[in-house]
Design a protein around this ligand. Structure first.
Ligand SMILES: NC(=O)c1ccc[n+]([C@@H]2O[C@H](COP(=O)([O-])OP(=O)(O)OC[C@H]3O[C@@H](n4cnc5c(N)ncnc54)[C@H](O)[C@@H]3O)[C@@H](O)[C@H]2O)c1
Length: 469
């Protein structure tokens, strides 16, 4: 069937008609390693708490020269011809506004966020970034200060919904232990086009140590072995491509039936292919054995990305035990078993100390979805696994995180009925579906050697989908 809304938002005439009809307009997003065009404005807000200074340090470490924020305050307002107060304005478009709000402790101090954001939001260029940095509320003792830090989430989520032309707003929550070095990989990801489809999300960077910071920022995975499951096509192939771009030595895994496509991916990216059904009881050992056989007995994995997944959608009243069990086996049980083996330090070819595990959940696992009780169970399970496993391996420098994609344009989503598909594709703050590369970039950020301070987190890659928002 014709993608009616695509047509309406595609050519200029139809676009104008679409606009009249209230069809959301999609903007081409800035992707890749490009920084936003225009100044990066930094505001470190005074408050009765103490800012650690990590935000400024991280931006300096990234080599980003920051400009001072324009603030909407009585002293900076002028009077217009009609006698009304005119807020101050930036002279040119800005690329990003970063607000360090970690020190805010009273409700009154939240005014500082408004005063900075009001002029900044008016001046944002295309695919601009709003980044708020707060203190994780659960780490704040005083109830008012905790409430104020939680308020930042409400601001972030609302601003994300107000932005146009591909802009995103996100909130990074830190602790007093978070150093500038620990925050660097996160701010780099957020400012660059790599975070194009991540908006309205809060996540925590609580650790103090960044992990091993690579010498070449363009090839952070150089010399490191990374396994990607379900890599023959779709998001998995996209993940493999981004990791290869960033220097990883890949082991791509998929079922034997997808063997030809898998070999093509491996050959294109200079990796090796392992035909394996991940539900096999010995799947973890076969992955480890492949790593040891191809890379040497002493080789260890830097990361595994659990991307393989299936759907078998039906209303729960029509779901039999096969539909139920197969989805939970592939999407969750296999991952649990494989992690157990790879986390065993005595298994040759297992995960290295300081390694990374990244799961692929789904917004269905966050919000539930009609006809997907089995799938939502498995994906919510992935979120539970990440949260439970992360603290268990933290002392080994191993991180465990997940992404939760929303609507991503793949063969999986092509099969969704037309009306549901268009709804999923448009019903988000960016008014468009994401691309496999958007999920891949977020996974690469979480799996990066320098992201050691990020663990136990689930980052939605959904354009701030209204589903489960
Ligand atoms: N496409 C989306 O919008 C979307 C949204 C949320 C989450 N996800 C998740 O992202 C991941 C990738 O999705 P996709 O859209 O690329 O799907 P896809 O169906 O295009 O690709 C999935 C891949 O996993 C492989 N696979 C399935 N079962 C396997 C098994 N037992 N062993 C080894 N490999 C197996 C398949 O052969 C296939 O190559 C899945 O976990 C999916 O649940 C996708």
């Amino acid at each position: 069937m014709t993608k009616v809304l695509d047509v309406l938002t595609g050519n200029p005439v139809a676009k104008a008609v679409g606009k009249q009809l209230g069809v959301p307009q999609a903007t081409e997003l800035r992707r890749g390693r490009e920084l936003p065009a225009g100044d990066v404005v930094l505001a470190v807000l005074d408050g009765s708490g103490a800012s650690s200074g990590a935000t400024s340090e991280a931006l300096a470490a990234l080599g980003v020269t920051t400009a001072d924020a324009v603030r909407d305050e009585p002293a900076t307002r002028t009077t217009g011809a009609d006698g009304r107060a005119v807020p101050p304005a930036y002279e040119a478009k800005i690329g990003a506004v970063v607000v360090d709000a970690t020190a805010l402790a009273t409700v009154g101090e939240l005014e500082g966020v408004r005063a900075v954001l009001r002029p900044a939001l008016r001046a944002l260029g295309p695919s601009a970034r709003v980044v708020l940095v707060g203190t994780a509320p659960e780490l704040v003792e005083a109830p008012e200060a905790a409430a104020v830090q939680q308020a930042l989430e409400g601001i972030t989520r609302s601003v994300g919904k107000e932005l146009r032309t591909g802009g995103t707003a996100n909130l990074v929550l830190v602790s007093t232990a978070t150093t500038g070095a620990a925050l660097t990989s996160t701010l780099s990801f957020l400012l660059e086009g790599r975070s194009a489809y991540v908006s309205g999300q809060p996540w925590r960077v609580l650790g103090g140590a960044p992990g091993e910071v690579p010498s070449d920022p363009a090839a952070p995975f150089a010399g490191r072995i990374v396994v990607v499951t379900g890599a023959a096509r779709g998001i998995g192939a996209g993940i493999a491509e981004v990791l290869a771009r960033d220097g990883a030595q890949l082991v791509v895994v998929d079922i034997p039936a997808a063997g030809e496509a898998l070999t093509r991916v491996a050959n294109r990216l200079g990796g090796t292919a392992l035909q394996l059904d991940i539900t096999a009881p010995d799947a973890g050992h076969r992955i480890a054995a492949h790593v040891a056989a191809r890379h040497g007995r002493d080789a260890r994995l830097h990361a595994i990305v659990h991307n393989a997944g299936i759907t078998r959608d039906k209303l729960l009243v029509n779901t039999d035990e096969d539909r139920w069990g197969s989805v939970l086996e592939v999407n969750l049980a296999a991952e649990i078993r494989i992690n157990e083996v790879l986390l065993d330090a005595t298994v040759a070819g297992g995960l290295a100390e300081g390694g990374r595990i990244v799961g692929v959940a789904s917004t269905s696992g966050v919000a539930g979805n009609r006809g997907q009780s089995n799938y939502a169970a498995s994906k919510a399970g992935v979120i539970g696994l990440v949260r439970a496993e992360a603290p268990l391996v933290a002392d080994r420098g191993i991180t465990v995180n997940a992404v939760a994609p929303g609507f991503i344009e793949t063969e999986m989503t092509d099969r969704i009925p037309f009306a549901t598909r268009e709804f999923g594709r448009r019903f988000n703050s960016l008014s468009q579906g994401g691309k496999p590369v958007d999920v891949a970039e977020t996974i690469a950020y979480l799996a990066a050697p320098g992201s050691g301070a990020v663990t136990g987190q689930v980052i939605r890659v959904c354009g701030q989908s209204q589903i489960g928002a």
